[in-house]
Design a protein around this ligand. Structure first.
Ligand SMILES: Cc1cc2nc3c(=O)[nH]c(=O)nc-3n(C[C@H](O)[C@H](O)[C@H](O)COP(=O)(O)OP(=O)(O)OC[C@H]3O[C@@H](n4cnc5c(N)ncnc54)[C@H](O)[C@@H]3O)c2cc1C
Length: 433
């Protein structure tokens, strides 16, 4: 066990490897006037930036308001792992959304990754995009799960390759004695997420959209034209989209009650010698295991080990974050036990009770997107696309997601964290069996 502390936050980026290797430091102005537009988007992570970008591409006059810096939240702090799929087990909602709805969600899960591929190509975004991914097994039952996934991906017509690997075959991609085997696919991959997001923000600007940083929305006024206010300005718009996710706080109580800000942490080592990097992850793939409190890792473009984990419902991080994460990393790669750790950081991801992204409307002209439950790099791009399609009246895909019910966490503000922590302890115990 370890002592916990609150995440230290300022309105500038956290001290991550990503902020240190950003292509440029965004410096958009603060909103200090009253403006009008077609659509105002609140929140400058992948969800908000891509909603604004999809709309700007369709010719809408958009304004994006970010409380801190573009990509300041989960988007600029994550493991950078591009993973397909939208939420978990959409069949659970078949009564609400029908078989067509379930299939549409599966297809969105495939399309999500292609959006990133397109963005990088269309706007020439430099974000170290690499394809290739290994799920790794710690128990024989994980191999059984992987075989089922492989069949499932075939059944939904995923055109990419999924290959089961035994212990020896896995060594072509990942060399750790910890794993019994794995499932390789070339559908998933990895990126420097902060650079992807600021590249997408630049694309909004290039299409005439306006971006404001250090501009926290503190009030929403409903009406034919809805208004959002910051401390120093106001935007009146035909449509508003809230995409503040786990960082939106209490601004909209309905949204706050349905998302639990949970933490996860990442470390970045010093750049490793080329031979050592090759010895550890010769396939340069992103890797994760299937546990509730999973390990996820990959090499950065400059050959650092980026090792993440410690997902938990307290919303806090260990006081000795670096030591705890070093121990986890050394359990996978003993060769890294004494390597220098140059960055260690944590962030909040939005967990929802049923583990499906939450999309919906607070009014006819006020929509929201949140709660990817730890798996949002690709799904944010997809949810942003269908939100723009809804506003442009192009498709009904938003309505499929919006038809799924999302209940508030039981226990209110005070008790929901302890209740979930007990739940997580239970699943961790099952993982250990
Ligand atoms: C440590 C960590 C590791 C992760 N690893 C992975 C991974 O490897 N793969 C994966 O798929 N997913 C991962 N995730 C999850 C993924 O990062 C998120 O699902 C995704 O980035 C969510 O994007 P978002 O835009 O919805 O939210 P965020 O990126 O959190 O953005 C919300 C933004 O809204 C702004 N905001 C909030 N309130 C207001 C307001 N009132 N006014 C204006 N702005 C406001 C915030 O400042 C913030 O910038 C990880 C998350 C964390 C924290």
């Amino acid at each position: 066990m370890f002592g916990l502390r609150k995440l230290e936050e300022s309105t500038e980026h956290t001290g991550s490897y990503y902020a240190a290797s950003a292509n440029w430091a965004t410096d958009y102005p603060r909103l200090e006037v009253d403006l009008n537009c077609d659509v105002v988007v609140v929140g400058g992570g992948f969800s908000g930036v891509n909603t604004a970008l999809e709309l700007a591409e369709r010719g809408f006059d958009v304004i994006l308001l970010e409380a801190n810096r573009i990509s300041w939240g989960a988007t600029g702090r994550n493991g950078g792992q591009i993973i397909g799929g939208i939420g978990h087990d959409p069949e659970r909602f078949i009564k609400k959304i029908g078989e067509a709805g379930v299939n549409a969600i599966y297809q969105m899960g495939v399309e999500a990754r292609d959006i990133i591929r397109e963005r990088v190509a269309t706007y020439g975004i430099d974000c170290d995009l690499k394809w290739g991914y290994c799920d790794v097994a710690l128990k024989p039952r994980h191999m059984k799960q992987f075989a089922e996934w492989q069949e499932f991906e075939k059944s939904i017509g995923n055109p990419h390759t999924y290959t089961l690997l035994d212990r020896d075959e896995l060594r072509e991609y990942v060399r750790s004695d910890r794993y019994l085997g794995g499932l390789y696919n070339n559908a998933n991959g990895h990126i420097q997420p902060l650079n992807l997001c600021i590249g997408e923000a630049k694309a909004i600007e290039s299409l005439g959209g306006k971006i404001f940083e250090q501009s926290r929305v503190i009030n929403l006024e409903h009406g034919d034209r809805a208004k959002v206010r910051t401390e120093h300005g106001c935007v009146s718009a035909k449509q508003v989209v809230f995409a503040g996710n786990a960082y939106l706080g209490g601004l909209i109580p309905k949204l706050a009650s349905r998302v639990l800000p949970s933490s996860s942490s990442v470390i970045a080592t010093e750049p490793l010698p080329e031979e050592l990097a090759q010895e550890l992850v010769p396939g340069d793939v992103a890797v994760c295991d299937p546990r509730t409190a999973l390990d996820y890792f990959r090499l950065s473009a400059d050959k650092r080990m980026l090792f993440g984990g410690l997902s938990n419902y307290t919303g806090m991080e260990p006081k000795n974050l670096e030591t705890v994460m070093r121990r986890k990393m050394a359990a996978v790669f003993p060769q890294l036990a004494d390597v220098r750790i140059e960055y260690a950081w944590s962030g909040w991801l939005g967990i929802g009770l049923n583990r499906m992204p939450q999309l919906g409307r607070l009014a006819d002209n006020v929509a929201y997107i949140q709660a990817y439950s730890g798996h949002g790099v690709a799904p944010t791009h997809m949810m942003a696309r269908i939100t723009a399609e809804m506003i442009a009246r192009e498709s009904k895909r938003f309505d499929i997601m919006a038809a799924i019910n999302h209940w508030p966490f039981p226990g209110g503000k005070l008790l929901r964290r302890p209740a979930l922590a007990i739940g997580m302890a239970y699943y961790k115990a099952l993982d250990a069996l």
